[in-house]
Design a protein around this ligand. Structure first.
Ligand SMILES: *[C@@H]1O[C@H](CO)[C@@H](O)[C@H](O)[C@H]1NC(C)=O
Ligand SMILES: *[C@@H]1O[C@H](CO)[C@@H](O)[C@H](O)[C@H]1NC(C)=O
Ligand SMILES: *[C@@H]1O[C@H](CO)[C@@H](O)[C@H](O)[C@H]1NC(C)=O
Ligand SMILES: *[C@@H]1O[C@H](CO)[C@@H](O)[C@H](O)[C@H]1NC(C)=O
Ligand SMILES: *[C@@H]1O[C@H](CO)[C@@H](O)[C@H](O)[C@H]1NC(C)=O
Ligand SMILES: *[C@@H]1O[C@H](CO)[C@@H](O)[C@H](O)[C@H]1NC(C)=O
Ligand SMILES: *[C@@H]1O[C@H](CO)[C@@H](O)[C@H](O)[C@H]1NC(C)=O
Length: 712
């Protein structure tokens, strides 16, 4: 209840328009120390061993405690600590230390994502420059909080905090407002009351958390840095993915609202303006965040991969993917977990078996849950048993886990089976694993991720979801002071938020619907190099609007959409009235007297930048309205690509705009020639003035007979 109100308020308060100028500098330095050997002790003794390493150098126990920011336990051994350059130098001389690198407290997708999407600072005509890096905008990030020490939040070049900023920065556990907020990170608050009301007392022993804006989980830090992280030149993760890291709108001010708590959930659900599509793909009807006023984002791969060569004893080399820094391992013994194990990665943990000692282990997992611990558990089990590496065969497009010192290579089932056949074909199988490389290439196809939730929208089938797709796979992201590889639609969402921010700073008066329309109608239907986008799933197929909505977000084109499909509060009221709301309940929701039209409006007429007809019988006519935001005297002609077996007629078929005519409506008559109930067929409707192509996806399902649960 009251959700519509909150969302609209959020749009207004989250993006405020303010001016800044550039001055000032700032510095902190955190180093990540990689240790050669993995320790297998209890978590506390791992941390203690890291502390002991630093004691001789830093002196007191307290100084060590203050210095160590994070102890790593999964995948590799090491810790992050605040050090001077000379201390870092001294530590790197210790025998147990492999290397020491300045921390990678930022999100390395940004070393590739923005260039991939064509959003580069290169020319003065680019969207980034025209929008002045988003520098007039304050972005509110409602998530798990922030790890404020991240270099991506440094306020280098920022002037005084705008006087119009009325929000605050509050202190709390390990968060001191006067130190941790700065001229970029201008606001930070945490909301725990709603949560406490729901679950009773928040016991931070049971659910480790910071009672402050500090980010325990790491998710919010990632989101904030992807939306608005500052420029950081020449960064890499152990040499992989080198480039300049930045957020989509590097000049923004950030206001952090911690409303989501690790392992517990969010106390302010449903108020995101841009929300992720969910990670429950590839099955149909798995989409979350289905409301028409939310921009729902699907996740795709980038044109970047981390090929890692596996050479078998028969000298055949296959390419898997990993984040493995080397040095090269092998040749060493190779095994698949022997009986009584089945080769299932999950069993490695249940049956730690000494036969894995000194070997590389091949295992298979069918686990489709992207957040499952299957890979981490397999790495832990093999490494605990004294194994030297693991090769995991599984479905493609799941996140890679960075294991810099312990090779953990992903292959698909086909390659995994080849390796298994090799193992079975020889008395003493051996393998060599080479260090990972970074490959950025047009030869790497873009795919909608397996986990990315798919339409159709089961709650409001006439509203296309997802709206748009953005890169969200194998993203190296900040987790506190370390980096983790994350994949998820919530990795893709901040990419689109970054674009929204740039559009808002370019066109402050655009409504959320106008921004959404610009993004959807200009999206790429292919990858940026013109190759088709596929959708991963149980079988790979060409992507359709239920996989990626309008397509892959194209930031530069979104800044010049030509026409927009706009919506006002009245349209949202119409939508609610088209569902189960009546005069009474709509007034309650909007907290003011509101009247639903009679007869009920048709949801098909909602002015969305898409047409989705879930139950076409014979024919239907629907209306859309477009607003010219391009050159005044423009003439647009219609181009129709109807779905298979469907006819579409648009009247008028030419739209003439002038200084007085800015808004024009048109009608679309859609009829079916099918004789049976069908699945969805897809097409498009384009308005073009030969400069701008305003494309909306069309999805039509024929329903001659009453719908029933059809198993076939
Ligand atoms: C926060 O930092 C300021 C400035 O360093 C210091 O004066 C103050 O005592 C700190 N507050 C707390 C609660 O630690
Ligand atoms: C928090 O949980 C721990 C472990 O279950 C328990 O020992 C402690 O008493 C709890 N604290 C509070 C304040 O409830
Ligand atoms: C990030 O760090 C937190 C706290 O240590 C941990 O619970 C969480 O699992 C980490 N996230 C990932 C994806 O590794
Ligand atoms: C980037 O960093 C690497 C390693 O730290 C260094 O070798 C290289 O010279 C740097 N490149 C530039 C352009 O600064
Ligand atoms: C693999 O290549 C190496 C070096 O070229 C060679 O010595 C070895 O005999 C080859 N092994 C097989 C099984 O072909
Ligand atoms: C480990 O493997 C060996 C040889 O296959 C087997 O005899 C033994 O029972 C296994 N141990 C465990 C704990 O599964
Ligand atoms: C809502 O109220 C208006 C004005 O009283 C009335 O015309 C209309 O029929 C009502 N709508 C519904 C759905 O009851």
């Amino acid at each position: 209840m009251g959700q519509l109100n909150i969302i609209i308020t959020m749009v207004l308060t989250v993006v405020l328009n303010l001016q800044i100028s550039f001055v000032l500098a700032h510095e902190t330095k955190v180093y990540v120390v990689y240790l050669g050997k993995k320790t297998h002790d209890h978590p506390e003794s791992v941390t203690e061993s890291h502390h002991q390493l630093l004691r001789p150098l830093l002196g007191s126990k307290k100084e060590v405690h203050d210095s160590v920011v994070y102890s790593y336990r999964h995948g590799f051994s090491g810790f992050a600590a605040k050090l001077t350059e000379s201390q870092a130098q001294q530590i790197s001389q210790l025998p147990e230390v492999v290397h020491v690198i300045p921390n990678t407290l930022y999100e390395l997708t940004t070393t590739r994502t923005w260039d991939y999407l064509g959003l580069s600072p290169g020319t003065s005509k680019s969207l980034l420059h025209k929008a002045n890096m988003g520098s007039q905008v304050i972005v509110g990030v409602i998530d798990t909080g922030v790890w404020p020490e991240s270099e991506m939040f440094n306020d280098k070049g920022y002037g005084p905090i705008p006087s119009r900023w009325k929000g605050g920065c509050v202190s709390g556990e390990l968060f001191n407002a006067s130190i941790h907020c700065n001229k970029k990170l201008i606001g930070a608050k945490y909301f725990v009351d709603g949560l406490v009301a729901e679950i009773g007392v928040l016991n931070t022993t049971e659910n480790p958390e910071y009672l402050s804006p500090r980010d325990f989980n790491g998710h919010g830090t990632h989101v904030a840095s992807t939306v608005g992280g500052s420029f950081l030149p020449n960064v890499s993760y152990l040499g992989l993915g080198r480039g300049t890291a930045r957020g989509g709108a590097p000049g923004v001010y950030l206001a952090i609202y911690k409303a989501c708590w690790s392992q517990i959930g969010c106390s302010a659900k449903g108020i995101h303006v841009v929300a992720s599509a969910g990670n429950n793909g590839p099955a149909a009807q798995t989409i979350a965040n289905v409301s028409p006023w939310i921009l729902t984002v699907a996740a795709t791969t980038l044109d970047r991969s981390f090929p890692t060569a596996i050479t078998l004893g028969n000298n055949i080399t296959t390419l898997g993917q990993a984040i493995f820094a080397g040095p090269e391992l092998g040749f060493v013994d190779l095994t698949d977990p022997e009986r009584p194990l089945s080769g299932d990665c999950a069993e490695l943990r249940a049956n730690p078996n000494k036969t894995m000692q000194g070997k590389v282990v091949l295992c298979f997992t069918a686990d489709l849950n992207p957040t499952s611990m299957a890979v981490v558990n397999a790495v832990t089990a093999v490494s605990n048993a004294g194994g030297l590496g693991v090769i995991i065969a599984r479905n493609p497009t799941y996140s890679l886990i960075p294991t810099p010192n312990f090779p953990c290579v992903m292959v698909d089932f086909e390659l995994g089976t080849d390796i298994l056949f090799y193992i079975r074909s020889t008395r003493s199988p051996i393998v060599k694993i080479h260090a990972s490389r970074t490959l950025v290439s047009h030869h790497v196809a873009t795919k909608v991720a397996t986990f990315s939730s798919r339409g159709p929208n089961s709650i409001s089938p006439a509203i296309l979801k997802p709206d748009i797709a953005a890169p969200g796979v194998n993203i190296v992201a900040a987790n506190r002071t370390g980096v983790v590889m994350r994949s998820g639609t919530s990795m893709a969402t901040p990419v689109v938020t970054g674009v929204v921010v740039l559009l808002k700073s370019l066109y402050p008066h655009w409504s959320p619907a106008a921004v959404r329309s610009a993004i959807v109608t200009t999206a790429w239907k292919t990858d940026p190099s013109g190759e088709p986008i596929f959708a991963d799933g149980s079988s790979r197929k060409l992507a359709d609007p239920f996989d990626y909505g309008g397509g892959l977000v194209n930031p530069e084109k979104a800044a010049r959409p030509g026409l927009i499909y706009d919506m006002t509060i009245a349209d949202y009221v119409s939508y609610l009235c088209s569902t189960y709301y009546n005069n009474v309940s709509i007034s309650q929701v909007l907290e003011k007297k509101t009247v639903c039209p009679n007869p009920k409006p048709s949801v098909l007429d909602l002015n969305l930048p898409s047409i989705t007809i879930p139950n076409l019988k014979d024919e239907v006519t629907l209306t859309r309205t477009v607003t010219n935001v391009g050159p005044l005297n423009s003439i647009y002609k219609v181009m129709i690509d109807p779905p298979i077996g469907v006819s579409m007629t648009v009247t008028p078929d030419t739209l003439e705009f002038s200084s007085t005519t800015k808004i024009v409506s048109f009608k679309v008559r859609v009829s079916t020639r099918h004789k049976v109930n069908t699945g969805y067929y897809f097409g498009s409707l384009t308005w073009t003035d030969s400069v701008h192509n305003v494309v909306i996806p069309v999805s039509v399902r024929t329903q001659i007979f009453q719908r029933y649960y059809d198993e076939n």
